[in-house]
Design a protein around this ligand. Structure first.
Ligand code: ZN
Length: 691
């Protein structure tokens, strides 16, 4: 199931997550998770994951993960299977238990909120009922498109679609003003494409051409399922391909989007209207429930011009076909099996190499987490999150922040002036750990038992109205952009805070039974990674208050760019799959954060060992355990299809290079494992380093 969410936060990747895609993790307590599956020893090293036949100095990833990779082939419904997914599967069982209880009559107890969660899940699981309703739930949405009489009617229909989470033409929402991060403003972003990236529409290799063919066939089948005749659907799919290709050509690529200055264009309402003379913006804004107020960030003005040109150049009938497709596409996950299967066929099977659809309950757990995540998350936290996790995490965070302060003080390439501003930014970073202080109030959201389609749309509308209600209000830095059971973490440059959901503070990321060595290589390095995002190629452009502002001297900025370019060269030389290399520019921020994060964690551990020395354990020194802790977060197996998809769209490097690409830059690694100068994990050229 591909979930379609209302355009919410910011264009580009201004929110810097730790892993690609949200994955969730299980808890340690109730109900007892199958701990045997995570075979960590007392030291925290997963001994069964090791491949003792591999030489750590030649291929550290294979040494740390080879055993795990042999024992955990990717299951048919999960084309990428790593430690994140492994733990998510356990976590899913806990969430399933919470949801099934809440879905039973009387199972939600006295809480009206849990009743909603239970009703939502029960409705999503009621496949027979969904089957019986057929395309009836879709009828009103398609009728709205059918009723369009002139091009002037289009904007209001698009506005309505956006409010309930449907895609089409562009994205719309709210976000902090990049240059006054205390205030929210409206934001327009590029959108309306059914393929994962603009480049899919015109790359000339054989694989891309084949994917385009498969996409057109998929669009045709979806139109047909939505009630279009076979002949009209086949012709319509070609039209849609042509419209989306025109939009894709005007879209900013992922690398360009990484520069926040490229996606910040503050415009008045009149300026936006002038940008799109053929698209009645007043009607759009009214139907999209945009609050009054003048300025907006039009992230990609050229893209909006292209939308306008598409509206001008295409016939009314063709534009209606394009909207029909987005109506069916956006709602497929809550429609009968034939829609869900066809969606799976293209988005999972063709694009990611999945062999089987994930079981319904897993998809409904995901949907409940996406739509009612803080209601579900509250119960998850009650069941699983101990106070010790929070205390030790805060301790690690403080150690990492102290390490970065020392690092800034010691580096030779930065002037005292920039150093001072960097320390000011570092001191201002806020740490959010576990779960929100104030839970979201879902009381105005109506969930009706037996109405999966309507529940999904009303949940999207609820989320959308939350976004609109922020306009003109001060930025709420206590808000979380991930739900508590998420196995991930993020740095938000517009708020200058780092966020660690309860879900990631579990083995193998954080192991409360283990000593510091593995925990610093894993959890503390995650902390260091997120903190480094505040000082990567993107994050460094925002100041202590979250404003997009140059606070570096020109010479220091230049020195940073030169140092970061080393990572571009290093990672661009790595092969993702077949003839596809990694994109060193797309992955730069994550690579800077991985390298900086592990170094900061190393510095923090060395500082701690001075007062809390550790000895050998499980045959490894504390230094060795530290590096194994890092590597064992990245063990994974995946299909060639998903490796290709990620190389083009994911700002994170694959697990193998998140491991080997980082340790090769640390002479401390070679020392810990007594590697000879000729070994593969020992750099032959000067190593890359920013932090
Ligand atoms: Zn990251």
């Amino acid at each position: 199931m591909t979930r379609r969410r209302a355009f919410a936060i910011v264009a580009g990747s201004a929110v810097l997550a730790f892993a690609g895609g949200s994955v969730r993790l299980a808890a340690q307590q109730v109900p007892p998770p199958p701990q045997s599956e995570i075979s960590v020893s007392r030291s925290g090293v997963d001994l069964a994951a090791l491949d003792r036949n591999a030489n750590p100095c030649d291929d550290f990833y294979k040494f740390a993960c080879g055993g795990w990779m042999t024992k955990h082939p990717a299951p048919p419904d999960q084309p990428r299977y790593g430690r994140f997914e492994e733990l998510q599967n356990r976590n899913n069982e806990i969430l399933r238990d919470i949801l099934e209880n809440a879905a039973k009559p009387g199972g939600a107890g006295t809480s009206a909120e849990m009743q909603k969660v239970g009703d939502y899940y029960a409705s999503c699981m009621a496949e027979e009922e969904i089957e019986k309703k057929g395309t009836a739930p879709l009828a009103a949405d398609l009728a709205r498109v059918d009723a369009i009489k002139t091009k002037n009617d289009i904007p209001a229909v698009v506005g309505q679609m956006h409010t309930v989470g449907m895609t089409g033409f562009f994205g719309f929402g709210s976000a902090p003003d990049f240059k006054d991060a205390t205030q929210y403003m409206l934001i327009y972003g590029q959108g309306g494409l059914g393929m994962p990236d603009r480049d899919y529409y015109f790359k000339e290799d054989a694989n891309s051409a084949k994917l385009r063919e498969a996409y057109v066939a998929h669009v045709a089948r979806m139109l047909e399922l939505g009630g279009t005749t076979a002949t009209a659907a086949a012709a319509g799919a070609k039209t849609i391909m042509q419209i989306e290709t025109a939009l894709a050509k005007a879209a900013l690529d992922r690398v360009a989007q990484r520069n926040p200055n490229n996606v910040y264009h503050k415009m008045s309402r009149d300026e936006v209207k002038k940008l799109m003379p053929n698209f009645n913006m007043s009607q759009y804004l009214e139907r999209a429930e945009a609050p009054p107020g003048d300025s907006a960030n039009v992230t990609e003005p050229d893209f909006m011009k292209a939308v306008d040109a598409v509206v001008a150049a295409n016939s009314l009938a063709d534009l209606k076909t394009y909207l029909r497709w987005h109506v069916v596409h956006s709602n497929a996950h809550m429609l009968p099996k034939r829609f869900v299967d066809e969606n799976f066929n293209f988005y999972n099977k063709t694009l990611t190499g999945a062999q089987e659809q994930r079981p319904r309950w897993k998809r409904c757990v995901d949907a409940a987490d996406a739509d009612l995540g803080e209601a579900l998350g509250k119960i998850y936290v009650e069941r699983t999150f101990g106070t010790e996790g929070k205390t030790r995490t805060i301790e690690m965070v403080e150690g990492i922040e102290a390490a970065l302060a020392r690092d800034i003080d010691e580096i030779s390439w930065m002037s005292p002036e920039t150093k001072k501003a960097a320390v000011t930014k570092l001191r201002a970073v806020a740490n959010k750990i576990g779960y929100p202080d104030r839970w979201r109030d879902y009381s105005s959201l109506r969930i009706a038992r037996g109405d999966a389609y309507g529940n999904s749309q009303r949940s999207n509308l609820f989320g959308y109205r939350r976004q609109m209600a922020k306009i003109g209000k001060p930025v709420d830095k206590t808000e979380w952009l991930m739900t508590p059971p998420t196995v991930n973490a993020y740095y938000n440059p517009l708020e200058n805070n780092i966020n660690f959901p309860a879900g990631i503070l579990q083995p193998p990321f954080f192991n409360r039974a283990a000593d510091d060595a593995v925990n610093y290589g894993a959890a503390a390095a995650v902390v260091g990674h997120e903190l480094s995002h505040g000082f990567d190629d993107q994050g460094r452009q925002f100041d202590a208050q979250g404003n997009l502002r140059e606070w570096w001297t020109a010479a220091d900025g230049k020195a940073f760019v030169e140092r970061a370019a080393c990572f571009d060269k290093q990672y661009s030389s790595y092969t993702a799959v077949g003839d596809v290399k990694l994109n060193g520019k797309l992955t730069m921020g994550e690579n800077v954060a991985d390298n900086g994060g592990l170094r900061l964690a190393w510095m923090a551990l060395m500082e701690r060992l001075k007062t809390k020395p550790l000895g050998q354990a499980d045959g490894f020194s504390p230094q060795q355990r530290f590096f194994i802790g890092w590597a064992q977060m990245w063990c994974e197996n995946k299909s060639p299809e998903i490796a290709r998809l990620h190389a083009q769209t994911n700002p994170h490097s694959p697990g193998e290079y998140r491991t080997n690409g980082v340790v090769v830059n640390m002479p401390e690694f070679a020392q810990a494992f007594s590697c000879s100068a000729a070994a593969k994990m020992v750099a032959k050229e000067p190593v890359c380093r920013v932090w």
